[in-house]
Each structure stands twice: as structure tokens, then as C-alpha cells.
Design a protein around this ligand. Structure first.
Ligand SMILES: Cc1cc2nc3c(=O)[nH]c(=O)nc-3n(C[C@H](O)[C@H](O)[C@H](O)COP(=O)(O)OP(=O)(O)OC[C@H]3O[C@@H](n4cnc5c(N)ncnc54)[C@H](O)[C@@H]3O)c2cc1C
Length: 304
């Protein structure tokens, strides 16, 4: 039997609902991406385990997506299964520890923490991704990042087919980096954040300050994936260099360097993955010529 058909039958038999030929542009804040052969949305860790096991048993490659806010899919789509984590959304607070499943959106998680007067994660209130994506990317801003607050996690180890409890030290956090970006067989199911008691009014006031700062400095009205490049050790932020090099407004196809924030590439309409990548390469070349290093993209580029 053809592999796809065999996989479809296995999903049906396993009681897993799925979509076929789902447009990935709808699952990335860049609004770029062709069709995935299969699109799965497990509602909990056990179902996630089943989805992944069925992919492996049927020779179907898979890609994990949270909110797709740091992801640039191919216009040709994805040959295999994209597994979206957003339906895994349980959250629990015990004392100063907040435990949530990978699909919880950071703005929701931060609101729950504020309501419980918990400080430590407020910095992430405007990050438009899931907890899983934030941990995988070690997302951060205003001098803080997820590595500062992650205490432990549960991952599904798809190679061994088992769930594992890991501590912060096992996660190899770096600048917008963690073990998850190098070990795609580990899927983050749940994370516990170690927070501290804070003053609720102060946390709400700070969140409002962050919101205003973002809306005045970032092109939030246009599709993008946030800052495209990582800040290199000992260097100025790449956005500053890109601005100095006069790139604001530079455009290839419908991909353009934002006029508001030179670190963002925005989709002005029908940008393709190749438009974005051509602009990335042009910036890399110019920064390399002027400053002697090649800025590394932070965004995750997914091939067909
Ligand atoms: C307007 C805007 C502002 C932004 N501001 C910031 C900012 O201030 N700071 C910042 O750091 N980033 C920022 N970003 C980038 C992005 O929002 C963050 O990186 C976010 O944490 C990504 O989460 P996500 O769920 O969307 O991840 P996705 O884009 O879905 O995935 C990112 C990576 O994580 C992997 N992944 C996702 N979930 C899991 C999981 N459960 N287990 C294992 N791997 C997983 C994916 O496979 C992929 O490799 C911004 C983006 C936008 C569009």
C-alpha cells in the first residue's frame, strides 16, 4: 500500500483526527507556507506519543510547530506530517511554581501568572508563541529569557518511545537556542517554571509598559516572525547594524525590512520563503563586508 494511504489508515485506526493538504501559511505568523501532506493536533501527551509513533512506524517525517511565530515554512509545503502543539493547553499553579503544557500561549500564561501575583515570566507577555516554542528557542527580551525560569520539563523521547523528566541543566540553553533545536526527536510536552511572589499591581503596570514599548517599536500590524537574526556575542544587535547599513525598507519580492524595526522582515503581501531568504542573504553579505561576521538567523527555516 502507498505510504500516505497506509499512514491515513493507521491514524484512523488510532483514533487520531487529522487534516490533509493543510496550508501552512495559516500556522505561521509570517503567513508563508504551502500545504502539509498531513496536519495533526494532539490534545495531550499520550495522543502526541501516538501521533509520533505512527509517523515513525509508517516512515512519515514530522515537524513540530507551536504558534509558528519563529517559523518560515516552504511555499512547496511539507512532505510529511506537521504536528501542532496548541491543543495541549493545561496549566496549573502550585505556590510559586507554574506548570503548563507546551501548547499554552505565552500571553495567556503570563496573564495567569500576573493574576496569581507571580513574578519572573512577565517579560514574555508579548511573545506571540507557545510555551514549547519559547523554551525550545530560549526566547527572551528586556534582559531575561526562558532559561532563567525553567525548572524542569517533560519530553517525549520519540527515539525510545518514552516520556522523560529533565532538569534545566539537561536542556543546553544558549542564545535563542536549546537542546530541542538539535535533537528533534525530543518533543517538549510540559514545563515547570520557578517564579517568585510579586506585587500584582506592579506586574500589570509593567506588562502595560512592555505592551506600549512593543507597539511603538515593532511592526505588529504586519506578518513577520519577529527578529530575524540572533545577536552575536560581543556585537551590537543586528537590527542596529542593518539600520546603519540603510536596509530599512529594502525589499525583495514582497519581503521587506521593516521601516519601524530593522531586525524584522515583514511580509508585505505575497512574500515567499525564497523572497525572505534572498533578503536574509543580502543582509548577511552586507553585515559581513562591513563588520566582519555573518549574522545567524534566529528564525527556523523549514524545507519541503
Ligand atoms: C511580533 C513578534 C515579536 C516577537 N518577539 C520576540 C521576543 O521578544 N523575543 C523572542 O525571543 N522571540 C520573539 N519572537 C519570536 C517568537 O515569537 C518566539 O521565538 C516564540 O517563542 C516562538 O514560539 P512558537 O510557539 O511560535 O514557536 P514555533 O515558531 O512554532 O517553533 C519554533 C521552534 O521551536 C520548535 N518547537 C516548538 N514547540 C516545540 C515543542 N513543544 N517541543 C520541541 N520543539 C518545539 C519548533 O520545531 C521550531 O524549531 C517574536 C515574534 C513575533 C512575530
Amino acid at each position: 500500500m502507498h505510504t500516505d494511504l497506509q499512514f491515513e489508515k493507521a491514524l484512523e485506526k488510532g483514533g487520531i483526527s487529522f487534516l490533509k493538504n493543510e496550508k501552512l501559511g495559516a500556522h505561521s505568523t509570517f503567513r508563508i507556507g504551502g500545504e502539509a501532506d498531513f496536519f495533526l493536533g494532539p490534545s495531550g501527551p499520550e495522543e502526541l506519543g501516538t501521533c509520533v509513533r505512527l509517523c515513525l512506524q509508517n516512515g512519515i517525517r514530522f515537524w513540530i510547530v507551536g504558534n509558528g511565530s519563529n517559523t518560515l515554512f516552504s511555499d512547496k509545503g511539507f512532505r510529511g506530517a506537521v504536528i501542532e502543539m496548541k491543543h495541549m493547553s493545561r496549566l496549573e499553579i502550585r505556590g510559586t511554581e507554574l506548570t503548563a503544557q507546551a501548547g499554552v500561549m505565552m500571553p495567556v500564561l503570563c496573564e495567569k501568572a500576573r493574576r496569581a501575583s507571580l513574578d519572573g515570566v512577565n517579560f514574555a507577555t508579548g511573545i506571540p508563541g507557545t510555551l514549547g516554542g519559547a523554551v525550545a528557542m530560549n526566547s527572551g527580551c528586556y534582559g531575561q529569557c526562558m532559561a532563567d525560569i525553567v525548572k524542569c520539563v517533560t519530553v517525549f523521547d520519540s527515539e525510545e518511545g518514552v516520556f522523560r523528566s529533565l532538569e534545566r541543566k539537561d536542556l543546553s540553553f544558549g542564545t535563542r537556542d536549546s537542546v530541542f533545536l538539535h535533537r528533534p526527536s525530543w518533543i517538549l510536552c510540559e514545563a515547570t517554571l520557578e517564579l517568585a511572589k510579586g506585587c500584582r499591581e506592579d506586574l500589570y503596570a509593567q506588562a502595560e509598559e512592555f505592551r506600549q514599548k512593543r507597539s511603538s517599536t515593532q511592526p505588529l500590524d504586519k506578518p513577520s516572525a519577529g527578529s530575524v537574526f540572533k545577536r552575536a556575542e560581543g556585537q551590537e544587535p543586528v537590527s542596529k547594524l542593518v539600520d546603519l547599513l540603510g536596509f530599512k525598507g529594502a525589499r525583495i519580492g514582497d519581503a521587506a525590512v521593516s521601516e519601524k524595526h530593522a531586525g524584522f522582515i515583514v511580509n508585505e503581501g505575497k512574500a515567499t520563503q525564497e523572497d525572505v531568504l534572498a533578503l536574509v542573504r543580502k543582509i548577511q553579505q552586507a553585515v559581513s563586508d562591513a563588520y566582519g561576521f555573518i549574522p545567524e538567523p534566529e528564525i527556523r527555516i523549514v524545507g519541503e
